[in-house]
Design a protein around this ligand. Structure first.
Ligand SMILES: Cc1cc2nc3c(=O)[nH]c(=O)nc-3n(C[C@H](O)[C@H](O)[C@H](O)COP(=O)(O)O)c2cc1C
Length: 187
C-alpha cells in the first residue's frame, strides 16, 4: 500500500502567518505517521473565479475549460487521499483566496472529492469563534463535506491576530500535529 498523500491548501497571504505555523505542526504529524504531503500556497497562484459556464458538467471528462493555475491543482487533488484547507477568517468567513479555490471545485464536485479525508485549519483575530465569524467558515466546510460526500476528519480553529502569534499557543500547535497524524489514517 502506498503512503497516504495529503494536499495542504493554504489560503493565507501571510508567509509566516498563523496558518503557516499550524501547517508546520500538521506536517510534523503527517510525517510521524509516514504520510506524504504537497503544500500549496494559494497566494502565489493565479486562480480566476468560476464563470458558471457549466462546461465541466456538460463535458465531464474534460473538466474545467479555464486554464490557469487551478488546472494543475485538479490533478493534485485527484492524486491526494486527503485535503487540508487552512484559512484565516476574513470578514466572518474564509479568505478570498480560499473561496476562489473552493468555487473552482465545482468542476469536480460530483465525484472528485468523494470519500476523501478533509481537515480544516482556521484562524481568527477575535477571541471567540462565534463573534469572529469563524463559525460561518466552519459551517461552510461541514456543508461542503456533506454535499460532496467527503469525510471531515478534524477541525483546528484558533484565535490569533498578529502574524505568528500562534507560536505562543502550544496546545493549538499540538492539535494541528494530531490532525496531521489522524488525516492519513487508512480508511
Ligand atoms: C481583510 C481581513 C479581514 C479579517 N476579518 C476578520 C474577521 O472577520 N474576524 C476575525 O476574528 N478576524 C479577522 N481578521 C483577522 C485574521 O483572521 C487573523 O489575523 C488571523 O490570525 C490571520 O491568519 P494568518 O496569520 O494565518 O493569515 C481579518 C484580517 C484581515 C486582514
Amino acid at each position: 500500500m502506498r503512503n497516504s498523500n495529503v494536499l495542504i491548501v493554504n489560503g493565507s497571504p501571510r508567509k509566516k502567518g498563523n496558518c503557516h505555523y499550524l501547517i508546520s505542526s500538521l506536517i510534523e504529524g503527517i510525517k510521524e505517521n509516514n504520510g506524504t504531503f504537497d503544500l500549496i500556497n494559494l497566494q502565489e497562484l493565479k486562480i480566476s473565479p468560476c464563470d458558471a459556464c457549466e462546461s465541466c458538467i456538460r463535458n465531464k471528462p474534460k473538466g474545467c475549460i479555464k486554464h490557469d493555475d487551478m488546472t494543475e491543482l485538479y490533478s493534485k487533488i485527484e492524486n491526494s487521499d486527503s485535503i487540508v484547507f487552512a484559512s484565516p477568517t476574513y470578514w466572518f468567513n474564509v479568505s478570498a483566496q480560499t473561496k476562489l479555490f473552493i468555487d473552482r471545485l465545482y468542476a469536480i464536485h460530483e465525484s472528485g472529492l468523494n470519500e476523501k479525508n478533509i481537515g480544516v485549519i482556521l484562524t481568527y483575530g477575535d477571541e471567540d469563534v462565534f463573534s469572529s465569524g469563524g463559525v460561518n467558515a466552519l459551517r461552510s466546510f461541514q456543508d461542503i463535506c456533506n454535499y460532496v460526500n467527503a469525510r471531515l476528519v478534524g477541525i483546528v480553529h484558533a484565535s490569533a491576530d498578529k502574524a505568528g502569534e500562534i507560536q505562543n499557543n502550544p496546545a493549538k500547535l499540538k492539535e494541528a500535529y494530531n490532525l496531521g497524524k489522524e488525516i492519513i489514517i487508512k480508511r
